[in-house]
Write a protein that binds this ligand. Structure first.
Ligand SMILES: [Zn+2]
Length: 476
């Protein structure tokens, strides 16, 4: 597979050693539930992970939980709870909301609070090597000590500096220097350190976790485009200053979600929580909405857009469910199987080239189109089934089109009642052989009929049913 890395701006071959892809995706800060824009990287990179797994690779998928951060402290004050309580309740909600989007749980979900000793160790080494300096209990990374600073975001230092001057702090040697360790203020969570009590900054967290769980160099480091600068630039500067090795082989960033062209953000007040969007539209319309577009580009969110995706999903399902009630025989023609084989190759080609989910879903829609054509051209039920089977199989790693036809399970009792009633009618009309035939066929299915003064009653016996199940009975 080839993926375009934000760092090199070229297509890079994903060449995992020993068939294992080590993948790190920046996770949530747990001070609130996440919005539908935050959901985009969770969902896109989950799909990438599942696709890689479907190709026989092992994926170690690490996603951190930032449970120390200014926003959590602010939220705790607002809610009259401790920062720990706020973080733990929103961590739980995070997993619920991600599951509702069909996102598979990561291999590891490390919490920042579990990594404080490792972060202190990284910061200590950076200070020792002259990449960081201490000012009254705060520790700052010195951007001037990292000559390649800016290489990920592609910004040059002068341009960055002129932008940063507004936020100048006399504590820092350079306006771009960023905090690695913050001395704690009264009432804030604190950990002891060589520089006094305090708490680590966000940018060190991911470095500590990558190094601990994936080694010095991850295969893929991913997140939303808004993380390129400063978060990922700062992660990279720290890690590479320490190890001299790349923090990641490939950097991936998804485009941001917008609302009427404006970035969706908590601070802008134009957001919608992901869970409310799932409640309104269901999971698959959202997955389809995201995966049917170029995930690298900005995407404008609207309920109409998701509804339209929902209609596309429904059209595919109605075909799949209908196709699956078609007989298997006669099987699809050789020629048609070759055509389906071509579609399958094109589906994988799309995904293998920069994980082009939009292109791949376009190919799936072609397979759906083939199934439609074979359905109307009577005489090839096997072809319709083969196309439907292919759609199901290919869509699986994208988390789409796996629902089975809405069940008829609840109908069983009513159908037995109906057959018992029909047998009664046959007997009234003295059509005894047909009535007896019906009784015998039901008996073979494990449904025993007993005629009595109150009419006929039925029961399902456990012994006579292969599948087992508890005995039931009903009046007729
Ligand atoms: Zn991160």
């Amino acid at each position: 597979m080839r993926l375009e890395s934000t760092l090199s701006r070229t297509m890079e071959e994903l060449n995992p050693v020993d068939g294992t892809v080590r993948m790190y995706v920046c996770g949530p800060t747990v001070y609130d539930r996440f919005h539908i824009g935050n959901a985009r990287p969770f969902l896109v990179f989950d799909a990438l992970r599942r696709y890689l797994e479907s190709r026989g690779l092992t994926v170690v998928y690490v996603q951190n939980i930032t449970d120390i951060e200014d926003k959590i402290i602010a939220r705790a004050k607002e809610e009259g709870r401790t920062p720990e309580e706020v973080a733990s309740s929103y961590t739980e909600k995070y997993f619920q909301d991600a599951a509702a989007l069909g996102v598979k749980p990561p291999t590891h979900s490390p919490r920042a609070t579990e990594y404080v000793p490792q972060m202190i160790e990284i910061i200590r080494s950076l200070v020792d090597k002259g990449h960081a300096y201490v000012v009254d209990g705060d520790v700052y990374f010195s951007v001037a000590s990292a000559p390649e600073y800016g290489k990920l975001s592609g910004r040059d230092l002068e341009e960055l500096e002129s932008g940063a001057r507004i936020a100048i702090s006399e504590r820092k040697r350079d306006p771009l220097d960023f905090a690695l360790w913050k001395a704690s203020k009264p009432g804030e969570p604190r950990w002891p350190s060589p520089w006094g009590d305090g708490r680590p900054g966000w940018h060190t967290e991911c470095v500590a976790m990558v190094q601990d769980l994936l080694g010095d160099t991850a295969d893929i480091h991913a997140g939303g485009y808004d993380l390129v600068f400063p978060h990922h630039e700062n992660e990279l500067a720290q890690a590479e200053s320490l190890t001299g090795k790349p923090l990641a082989r490939i950097w991936l960033h998804n485009g941001l979600l917008t609302v009427q062209g404006q970035r969706m953000g908590k601070s802008l007040g134009n957001f919608e929580y992901a869970y409310t969007v799932v409640e309104r539209h269901g999971t698959e319309p959202i997955r389809y909405f995201y995966l049917s577009r170029d995930w690298r580009k900005p995407l404008d969110f609207s309920h109409e857009g998701v509804q339209e995706a929902g209609r596309a999903v429904q059209r595919v399902y109605s075909l799949l469910w209908e196709a699956e009630s078609f007989p298997d025989e006669p099987p699809a023609s050789e020629e048609f199987l070759v055509r389906l084989g071509e579609l399958e190759s094109r589906f994988h080609e799309a995904l293998e080239e920069d994980f082009n989910t939009a292109g791949a879903l376009g190919v799936l829609q072609e397979a759906v189109g083939e199934a439609h054509r074979h359905r109307s051209a009577a005489g090839d039920p096997g072809g319709v089934r083969a196309a439907a089977t292919l759609v199901r199989r290919l869509a699986e790693p994208l988390g789409l089109f796996q629902e089975s036809r809405p069940g008829a399970e609840g109908l069983a009792e009513e159908l037995i009642d109906l057959l018992v009633e029909l047998r009664g009618t046959l007997r009234e009309q003295r059509m005894f052989p047909l009535a007896d035939h019906l009784r015998d066929r039901l008996a073979k299915l494990g449904v025993e009929l007993r005629d009595g003064p109150q009419g006929t009653v039925w029961s399902v016996s456990r012994e006579s049913r292969e599948a087992g199940g508890s005995p039931q009975s009903g009046p007729a």
